[in-house]
Design a binder for this molecule. Structure first.
Ligand code: 5AD
Ligand code: SF4
Length: 479
């Protein structure tokens, strides 16, 4: 699967251990190790957690053996995500045996979903902290150090961590994620997020723009604005009563610098406005790429999922995007085998994939989550083999669509932001075009470096990568 900066799961990053950049001279009394699972939002939260802990004098380490505190920032979206975390916890049991003072904390969505039940189920866990309670981590750690199990899973209607500057960790120094809102008010029948992350709330635009400006000044050249449903971003300044919607926010961030690329994720098909599309068109540095999860192509299933749009509405949005920005890439999340899904529903999904012509998709077999609308109302009645077979067909089709889309780009020239060396060779760069496609090309000039924009002509492609060459040398756009 391609990695993508959005609320969907980037499989290559699951379980990634974070180490913050620290100035080596600082001495810390205690060290924490944090491993993250789930969506980009969760990885972004780990940067906030690291910032809170560093502010309290804790140092980060990537070596689990050296840690005084181990944190798992967890995901509940599918059963498999929770199983992975439970397996990881059993591995920590061994370390705890040799280091009895070690504290183990479960943070994030699984903490929120299971609350203190986690302490009973996973005996070695000392702290359970939900996504809105990270400010209380220092006092919870103290509590746990004194031998009491510490739990805070209170959800908040206001918390956005707006004033906390995330510590950028494991970063390429070029792309950063900026959280613009938290929680979700949509009640998609399959989804646990409204229960684990609470009500939707937007962060004030001033602190968002400030964060993006500091990132730019530090050398970053790409920000991805993150929210479960960015189109419903809405902030009213309490002093002026002036309201800012997502299109306005996008514009403000785009104006930080023409050299700062702006991406965002995730959009909801029911909420994405023409105003947002026109703002994207107007600003060259707002990337022409929209993650617009369809979930299913069948009207009957969409209704059961409570997505509140039809396939006709969805295709109408796609047409509008293509009409306003013919070069805009679109990606999707798709679920195979939702409750009562019949063969015809599945065929409708394949059909909407073809009609939209997705550049990428994140594809999943339906996994029932306790407490969700679907778990309470419907039977998870599609047999596993059927789910798997349908998922395979969806993946096959997406592979075909991705390759077709890449083939169409051969011979075209794209502006590419260099991110670093290509995986295969130090003589080649890897970067992305506005549409988020990965491009690999030979280095041609010592002036080029990560963060530089170059023009690249696509010459060949695979399903996941465009191979090209730099053109218009040496007209580099200076970073
Ligand atoms: N089962 C399978 N996939 C799910 N997703 C969310 N909940 C479930 C579930 N219970 C998928 C959706 C969503 C993405 C983040 O994960 O496609 O858009
Ligand atoms: Fe992200 Fe939580 Fe949803 Fe997992 S369950 S995808 S961590 S919001």
């Amino acid at each position: 699967m391609l990695d993508l900066a959005n609320k969907t799961i980037d499989e290559t990053r699951q379980g990634e251990a974070y180490q913050a950049e620290t100035n080596g001279s600082q001495q810390y009394s205690k060290y924490f190790f944090i491993e993250s699972y789930g969506c980009q939002m969760n990885f972004s939260d780990s940067e906030i957690i690291a910032s809170i802990l560093q502010g309290e004098g804790f140092g980060s380490t990537r070596n689990v053996e050296e840690a005084d505190l181990i944190f798992l920032n967890t995901c509940s979206i599918r059963e498999k995500a929770e199983q992975t975390v439970r397996k990881r916890l059993t591995e920590f049991k061994k370390i705890k045996k040799t280091n009895p003072g070690l504290l183990i904390g479960v943070l994030g969505c699984m903490a929120e979903r299971l609350k203190s039940k986690l302490l009973e189920e996973e005996k070695l866990v000392d702290l359970v902290v939900g996504p809105d309670a990270y400010r209380t981590l220092p006092s919870l750690i103290e509590e746990a150090e004194s031998g009491t199990k510490a739990v805070n899973v209170l959800l908040s209607r206001e918390e956005t961590y707006a004033d906390i500057s995330p510590v950028r960790i494991n970063t390429n120094g070029i792309s950063a994620f900026v959280s613009i809102m938290r929680g979700c008010n949509n009640m998609c029948a399959f989804c646990v997020v409204p229960f684990t992350r609470g009500r939707e709330r937007s962060r004030d635009n001033i602190s968002i723009v400030e964060e993006c400006t500091s990132l730019f000044n530090e050398g970053y050249r790409e920000v991805t604005l993150l929210g479960q449903n960015v189109d419903s971003y809405y902030w009213v300044d309490p002093q002026t009563n002036h309201a800012v919607d997502f299109a306005m926010l996008l514009e403000q961030v785009a104006q930080v610098s023409p050299l700062l690329r702006v991406r965002f994720s995730t959009s909801h098909p029911k909420d994405i406005t023409d105003k947002v599309l026109h703002t994207m068109k107007k600003h060259h540095n707002i990337c022409k790429y929209i993650h617009l999860p369809v979930q299913s192509g069948s009207n009957r299933i969409l209704q059961l999922m409570n997505r509140t749009y039809t396939r006709e509405w969805y295709l109408g949005r796609v047409n509008k995007i293509k009409e306003i920005m013919p070069d805009c890439a679109i990606s999707s999340d798709i679920i195979a085998g939702f409750c009562t899904e019949e063969e015809q529903d599945h065929l409708d999904t394949l059909d909407i994939m073809r009609k939209t012509g997705y550049e990428y998709s994140y594809m999943f077999a339906y996994s029932e989550r306790p407490g969700t609308l679907a778990a309470r109302r419907y039977k998870d009645d599609v047999p596993d083999e059927t789910k798997k077979r349908r998922l395979d067909e969806i993946v096959q089709l997406q592979n075909h669509l991705s390759l077709e889309s890449n083939k169409k780009d051969i011979g075209k020239v794209f502006e590419v932001l260099i991110e670093g060396d290509s995986k295969r060779s130090k003589t080649q760069w890897m970067g992305r075009n506005s549409q988020y496609k990965v491009m690999v090309f030979d280095k041609t000039d010592p002036k080029q470096q990560p963060g530089t924009y170059v023009h690249v002509m696509a010459l060949e492609c695979t399903q996941g990568t465009m191979i090209g060459k730099i053109v218009e040398q040496p007209q580099l756009i200076e970073a």
